[in-house]
Design a protein around this ligand. Structure first.
Ligand code: CA
Length: 379
């Protein structure tokens, strides 16, 4: 009976939200589904993040989109890695000990693709007493089996190949990592990613690709300059970070009348971190909607949690985003122990709250099978 009641409640939530989720949402969803699942770094809850194996597994789970984080090598190759550093997921410190910078980090842009492909890749780890310790001990064991860093082209060919052999149309969701940092180091990663997407046929808003970045200046550069230059037009997602994370370095110079591209090229290296505070207000959504199609907020940014009842409710950001015509794809939904907020009973309950109480359009998750199964159950 409890079970039936749960689903009755659930279906009333779905109906209540149907009008909201339908507004301008037809181009982004797959087939007849209202809500989408984005495999965050692949099926990264089960296999090392951004490994080809994790991407293959995510594809088999019938997600809607598979995420790529993209960084550039010394020889201008695009590789799929979350960090601009190699040291959290590879044995670079053992193989190239002398190649670290003054900050003790090993930068992807200091290594050629050939060098990077000699490295063993594994689950994310930290150093504890000189030994590597898994950041998620319940996930795939450290250093087990063989995983390598691969290129963006490798991954697109994998996904397109599987789409062909499996009769599916799973999309890609590439993130341009630290574009201002790359450009400051002489690498135009933004243009390179767009050219690669174009080469593989992702050219317009109907294409199964969404480009994401934390950097709003870069997103505007893409929207107003690069799309015109490259004769393409893709959906764009503005990721939103907490200012305190210092997620997005920007290099400021005096304001000029130049184009964004020219400004980015000539700016002096006065490093500051982007201040996201203005984006966390409902009124910011109309501003973001001028250059983006979606927002990718950190999931706590969307809720107020009542201190007495411990119940989460919308703080108005999702509604304001929808009002402005933006899709809402929060990150990151993790089923690991200790990663489910107290306001949710379990992972399914967390998904229910976000998808159907708050009305988000999709979620980035390390456990994409759980989100796909959840949505199928209530279909
Ligand atoms: Ca990402």
């Amino acid at each position: 009976m409890k079970y039936v009641l749960f689903f009755l409640l659930l279906s009333s939530c779905i109906q209540a939200n149907a009008t909201v989720t339908n507004v301008g949402k037809t181009t982004i969803k797959s087939s007849n589904k209202e809500k989408i699942v984005i495999a965050h770094r692949g099926a990264s809850g089960y296999l090392p993040e951004h490994s080809i194996a994790a991407k293959t597994m995510a594809h088999a789970m019938s997600v809607d989109y598979i995420e790529q984080d993209v960084v550039m090598t010394k020889d201008d190759q695009l590789v799929v890695l979350h960090d601009i550093y190699l040291d959290r997921v590879t044995d670079v410190a053992a193989k190239f000990p002398e190649r670290k910078r003054a900050d003790e980090r090993y930068y992807v842009i200091d290594f050629s693709l050939a060098e990077i492909q000699t490295l063993a890749m594994t689950e994310g780890f930290s150093l504890k007493d000189g030994k590597t310790a898994a950041n998620f001990p319940q996930r795939f064991p450290l250093w087990q089996s063989t995983f390598k860093v691969h290129t963006l082209a490798d991954e697109i060919e994998l996904i397109q190949g599987l789409n062909h052999s499996m009769g599916k149309d799973i999309g890609i969701y590439p993130e341009i990592k630290s574009p201002a940092f790359h450009l400051n180091q002489g690498k135009d990663i933004t243009k390179a990613v767009l050219l690669e997407l174009k080469r593989y046929g992702y050219v317009n808003k109907a294409s199964r690709a969404i480009v994401q970045s934390f950097d709003p200046v870069t997103l505007k550069r893409i929207k107003y300059e690069l799309f015109a230059e490259l004769n393409m037009q893709l959906k764009l997602a503005q990721l939103i970070a907490m200012t305190s994370w210092q997620e997005t370095p920007i290099y400021l110079d005096e304001p000029t009348q130049q184009t964004i591209t020219q400004q980015l090229r000539t700016q002096k290296a006065k490093l500051i971190f982007y201040d996201y505070d203005w984006m966390l207000t409902p009124s910011a959504m109309t501003e973001i909607a001028k250059y983006a199609d979606a927002i990718g907020p950190w999931k706590p940014m969307l809720v107020n949690v009542d201190a007495n009842t411990n119940k989460a409710s919308s703080n108005g950001l999702v509604e304001a985003a929808h009002e402005a015509g933006l899709f809402v794809h929060p990150y990151t939904f993790r089923a690991d122990e200790g990663r489910i907020p107290e306001f949710a009973k379990d992972f399914d309950d967390l998904l229910r709250i976000y998808y159907f109480e708050l009305g988000v359009d999709g979620v980035f998750t390390d456990f994409p099978d759980k989100a796909v199964n959840f949505l199928q159950k209530i279909d």
